[in-house]
Design a protein around this ligand. Structure first.
Ligand code: ZN
Length: 189
C-alpha cells in the first residue's frame, strides 16, 4: 500500500533538488507524477520548484483551500504526488493527503521544514510529523559544523530578526540553517 512521506530538514538542505530527482526517476520509468508547491512561495516565480543547484520544474500551486483528496481522486495514471514547501499545508490538507495515500493508493511525498524562525512548529509540519507513515531527515550543517535543525531569520543587513509573522518569504528576509546551540546562543551570524 502507498504511504504518506515527510522528508524534512532545515533550510537549504536540498529538498527541492531531492524532489526534482524523485520526479525524474519516476518519469524515466514512464510513470507520471504531479508536483505541487505553495502559492505563497514566489521566490522564483509562482508555480516553479527551483533547486539551488540549477534544475527547476513547473508545479501546480496550492493555497489553503485546495482539497487535495478531491484533486488527487480526479487524476488518472498518476504514480506519485510530490509536494514542496509542505510546511504551508493546513492540518486539513495533511489529513487529505494521508487519506489519499491510503484510500487511493498513491504515494504522497512531502518536503518541508519543521519549525519557523522562532523555533515554533508550522501547523502543516506538526501534522505531517504526526500522520506521515515515513519520516526522513535530510541533513544540513550549521556554519559551526554541527547539524542544522533551526531556521533563524535575518534582515538584508544580516541582523537576526526575532519577532514577526510566521511567514515572510525569502528575498525580503533571509533564512539560514543553524544548529540549536547557535540558535539559542544569540549569535547574529
Ligand atoms: Zn552552529
Amino acid at each position: 500500500m502507498a504511504k504518506l512521506y515527510f522528508r524534512y530538514s532545515a533550510m537549504n538542505a536540498g529538498k527541492s533538488t531531492a524532489l526534482i530527482q524523485v520526479a525524474h526517476n519516476y518519469e524515466e520509468n514512464d510513470r507520471q507524477v504531479v508536483l505541487f508547491t505553495a502559492a505563497i512561495d514566489d521566490r522564483f516565480g509562482s508555480g516553479l520548484i527551483t533547486s539551488r543547484i540549477g534544475p527547476q520544474r513547473e508545479a501546480r500551486t496550492f493555497d489553503s483551500v485546495l482539497d487535495f483528496y478531491a484533486e488527487i481522486a480526479m487524476m488518472s495514471a498518476i504514480s506519485c504526488v510530490l509536494i514542496d514547501e509542505a510546511q504551508f499545508l493546513t492540518p486539513d490538507q495533511v489529513r487529505q493527503l494521508h487519506r489519499a495515500a491510503h484510500l487511493l493508493d498513491i504515494p504522497v511525498i512531502c518536503y518541508g521544514i519543521r519549525s519557523d524562525f522562532a523555533g515554533e512548529p508550522f501547523p502543516g509540519s506538526a501534522y505531517l510529523l504526526t500522520l506521515a507513515d515515513s519520516l526522513e531527515e535530510l541533513k544540513n550543517i550549521c556554519s559551526c559544523g554541527r547539524k542544522a535543525t533551526m531556521n533563524p531569520r535575518f534582515d538584508a543587513r544580516g541582523e537576526r530578526i526575532r519577532s514577526g509573522a510566521q511567514v515572510a518569504i525569502e528575498g525580503v528576509v533571509e533564512y539560514r540553517p543553524m544548529c540549536a546551540r547557535c540558535f539559542y546562543g544569540g549569535l547574529s551570524r
